[in-house]
Design a protein around this ligand. Structure first.
Ligand code: KG4
Ligand code: ZN
Length: 338
């Protein structure tokens, strides 16, 4: 079975081809980051229009580069949600029109299920069950991944997502959007102990997280300091350390609570070096392993959508419930393929 994957849930337009024989054949991503940079965040209407503009040329170029054509496809998987409704509708309508024209099935896929299963694109792939730390600009969750379609959210951020807190704090300090990686880079020149932030939600019995208080504390500290380059680096470091501590301590609790021995990190914040080091240390301490999909599969991509689509379609799933796109959708509502 040859499955085309399409991803348009936020500000990346992406296509991929996944086949039963070869696994992932290839994928391509067009990032809209330049479209949104001057506004300091993603503008949904601009995102929708850019997806509509980019999808056809991106797919034509991709199929040409892969030496294949639309006729060779057996099915189309697209991101049904969660995400920005306009961008999702552009992808959904494109996918369904293409499926109709080619007389092949179309399946709407859950974006976060894609992130959770992205490690299966790597060799060796982790075996079920495993824990996943999902940390992106839109999601921060610790999920027990038991099998395809069987997910339990063990804890999640009650307010800002981790990446969102990184980006908002970076913006307050005058860094360009999206500032998470820039803030992490600045933190390398920071001196520990110049600023101190309480670790949010520590000592609680549950695995929920909260980052908006930390962001506000960082904003207040920034306004009160001399805003020199050194202060900026010191503050970036203090913020990053507090974020990493908060995430790692919840992962530690999740590992000990569930007895799982494999932790997978997904989403853009998974690129953070300090987080990776701290998680490696944690894994070593508790005899667990920690795995990361390569960076291009951590951030938004269609390879993970094509993989989920392939696995569900090849187990007989065919129908996407109406509506074709949904902005909000919990992974706990998913079921294994019938
Ligand atoms: O998964 P992703 O590419 O997109 C979605 O949010 O869906 O994640 C992007 C997020 C942004 O908030 C970005 O600032 C953050 O990941 N990010 C980082 C780093 N690299 C990207 N945050 C902290 N440190 C990094 N090195
Ligand atoms: Zn994502």
């Amino acid at each position: 079975m040859r499955v085309l994957g399409l991803e348009t849930s936020c500000d990346e337009t992406a296509v991929a081809l996944y086949t039963t024989d070869a696994g992932l054949v290839g994928h391509a991503v067009y990032s809209q980051v330049d479209v949104h940079a001057e506004w300091g965040g993603v503008v949904p209407e601009l995102a929708s229009r850019d997806h509509a503009r980019q999808l056809t040329p991106l797919l034509s170029r991709f199929l040409h580069e892969q030496g294949t054509s639309l006729d060779s496809l057996d099915a189309i998987a697209y991101t049904r949600g969660p995400g920005l409704i306009g961008p999702l509708l552009v992808g959904g309508m494109f996918a369904q029109a293409l499926g109709y024209a080619l007389s092949v099935p179309t399946l709407g896929v859950h974006h976060v299920e894609g992130h959770l299963l992205a490690p299966l694109l790597e060799q060796p792939a982790p075996n079920f069950p495993y824990l996943a730390l999902m940390v992106s600009g839109g999601h921060t969750q610790i999920v027990d991944v038991r099998a395809l379609g069987e997910y339990q959210i063990l804890g999640e951020s009650l307010d800002d997502a981790a990446g969102e807190a990184f980006d908002k704090t970076a913006k307050i300090m005058g860094l360009a959007y999206p500032g998470g990686a820039l803030l992490a880079q600045l933190a390398q020149a920071g001196r520990a102990g110049q600023f101190k932030f309480t670790r949010p939600m520590q000592g609680r019995a549950d695995l929920d997280m909260s980052f908006s208080g930390l962001k506000t504390a960082a904003a207040q500290a920034w306004r009160a300091c001399d805003q020199s380059a050194q202060a900026q680096a010191d503050l970036a470091l203090a913020f990053e350390l507090a974020m990493v501590d908060a995430l790692v301590s919840k992962c530690a609790e999740a590992l000990s609570m569930t007895g799982r021995t494999c932790l997978v990190v997904a989403g853009g914040v998974g690129a953070n070096t300090r987080l990776r080091q701290a998680l490696a240390q944690l894994a070593a301490q508790c005899g667990a392993s920690v795995a990361y999909p390569r960076p291009e599969f951590c951030t938004d991509n269609a390879a993970m959508i094509a993989l989920v689509g392939h696995h569900r379609l090849s187990r007989g799933e065919r129908s996407t419930p109406a509506p074709m796109a949904v902005a909000r959708w919990s992974i706990e509502d998913l079921r294994p393929p019938a």
